[in-house]
Design a binder for this molecule. Structure first.
Ligand SMILES: [Zn+2]
Ligand SMILES: [Zn+2]
Length: 264
């Protein structure tokens, strides 16, 4: 018996394998690959360029922060149809095998153009080509981390003490700031909220405590610093636990802080 498309009558022998009773063309016409919202709101931090996906902020990444934010927002809102014997499923783009996807934000026009190439059903001989346009609005906001920074939030005060020349002090400050910058690449919430230069040394206000510990271990291994930790009860958290403010005192031994010796 000859099999044919139930919609247009084309013969399977001429048009290729039927998919769910439809010829290749009728199947593609009746099954959209992309499910895209008509409009999107893209939220970007006005200070650091991070973007909001759902309830979580993500770092700006390399290159143009706004374009990255648009792309990430599109990818987290776009769904791709996949039809199997179990029925139709809507998958996230990265879950679909052999999907080619191009997201082109037209920032000036407020439109995102999406071009996709992929198969809805594995029996399709050729992948479908599809285009979608999403209107978007850009919303400027302040991210969680920039909020903490502007509130000068900190977990630990690290006090660096010792007989230091001005040069040594600024060298140590630079090293600690570099350590924080490195940590900030892995964890957005790692930063120094404030540095205070005092007559007796440096006070650094550090987030989170784990970064302060990295700084301490560097001061110990490079300069033989002696460490003293203390905690002061400052109140209660909302769920009734005691809240402490931690300080760490790192005392550098006199006469051992030499960068020139270190380098030679
Ligand atoms: Zn047909
Ligand atoms: Zn930010």
């Amino acid at each position: 018996m000859k099999r044919f498309c139930y919609r247009c009558g084309a013969l399977e022998a001429e048009r290729g394998p039927l998919v769910g009773g439809l010829c290749q063309r009728c199947f593609a016409e009746g099954n959209r690959l992309l499910q895209a919202p008509a409009e999107l709101e893209v939220t970007v931090c006005g200070r650091c360029g991070a973007h909001l996906l759902g309830k979580r902020w993500h770092g700006a990444g390399e290159g143009d922060a706004t374009a990255n934010a648009v792309r990430a927002t599109v990818l987290s809102n776009l769904k791709v149809a996949r039809l199997t014997d179990a029925g139709v499923k809507f998958l996230r783009p990265h879950e679909v095998p052999e999907l080619e996807l191009r997201v082109e934000p037209k920032l000036a026009e407020g439109v995102i153009k999406i071009r996709a190439r992929g198969k809805v059903h594995e029996l399709q001989v050729n992948p479908q080509l599809e285009e979608a346009h999403i209107k978007f609005t850009l919303k400027r906001s302040t991210c969680d981390v920039c909020g903490l920074k502007s509130a000068r939030h900190y977990e630990v005060i690290l006090q660096v003490r010792g007989k230091l020349t001005g040069e040594e002090r600024s060298e140590i400050r630079k090293m600690l700031q570099q350590l924080a910058a490195e940590a900030g690449k892995r964890d957005r919430a790692a930063f120094i909220a404030n540095v205070e230069e005092r007559r007796e040394g440096l006070d650094l206000y550090v987030n989170p405590a784990s970064l302060a510990r990295q700084m301490v271990s560097m001061l110990k291994s490079r300069f033989g610093a002696e460490i003293k930790e203390s905690a002061k009860l400052v109140g209660q958290t909302r769920d009734g636990r005691q809240k402490f403010r931690f300080s760490i005192l790192a005392r550098l031994p006199a006469g051992e802080v030499s960068f020139k010796r270190e380098k030679s």
